[in-house]
Design a binder for this molecule. Sequence first.
Ligand SMILES: NC(=O)c1ccc[n+]([C@@H]2O[C@H](COP(=O)([O-])OP(=O)(O)OC[C@H]3O[C@@H](n4cnc5c(N)ncnc54)[C@H](O)[C@@H]3O)[C@@H](O)[C@H]2O)c1
Length: 252
Amino acid sequence: MDSQQAIVFGGASGLGEATARDLAAAGHKVTVADLNEEKGGELAGELGGNFVKADVTDPDQVKAALAAAGSGEGGLRICVNCAGVGAAGRIASEKHGAAPLEGYQWAININLMGTINVLRLACEEMISNDPDDHGQRGVCINTASIAAYDGQIGQTAYAASKGGVVGLTLPAARDMARYGVRVVTIAPGLFDTPLLALLPEPARKALGETIPFPNRLGIPSEFAALARHITENPMMNGEVIRLDGALRMAPQ
Ligand SMILES: NC(=O)c1ccc[n+]([C@@H]2O[C@H](COP(=O)([O-])OP(=O)(O)OC[C@H]3O[C@@H](n4cnc5c(N)ncnc54)[C@H](O)[C@@H]3O)[C@@H](O)[C@H]2O)c1
């Protein structure tokens, strides 16, 4: 595969970091975009790429990051968005009443509106690319979660935010089909990233044991391998791919 220009939002940590590493190892020129300047800058330096500080919910910052990532010959061809946050809390309880609306707005703003913001601007950026041998101008990869399908107790905000990402995948791919820009979403199960590292080791181990096979937490490089395959397979489009070791999460 030829070297292409790529950007990974949320690229400073976890699934995004692994994807940035994988794409760089495949010979692509990778821009890391994240809020975390220290980690993102360090990684970009290591990969021989660039770092851009960008909040996925901010149109100007995302536009500037995409323009910087696509400034060389060939334009931006690969956009992966792994930026996201977790959110927890029951929708209502006897003790606490209704969950605060702000928690929903926060999760939906970053996970769903952030995805929409990155996707719409990346698609715009890719439209002006010259088509490759397959007629392709680019590929955008979103990150949902299996919580979009089997959200657990306390996950309404998170599941709602990720359900939106699942829902927009097919229509976005249909919108962009005329330009040869593909849109694919990965819905990860449970992966061993800094997001989960906040839990104590016994809790992480217990989570891993809920996964049928492999009977362990996912490794970020396994997510990255799928993301790279999506970039390389022109037939993969408009789909949400669960990557979860056959896990179907229980209510709790
Ligand atoms: N780890 C899992 O088990 C798992 C499972 C399902 C889905 N996911 C999803 O995968 C994605 C990556 O998760 P992770 O586990 O790698 O988490 P992580 O916390 O390790 O990495 C997330 C990165 O996103 C960045 N970020 C957060 N808000 C941002 C914003 N507004 N703008 C730009 N960057 C921002 C953070 O700085 C961080 O570098 C998230 O969308 C998460 O919901 C993770």
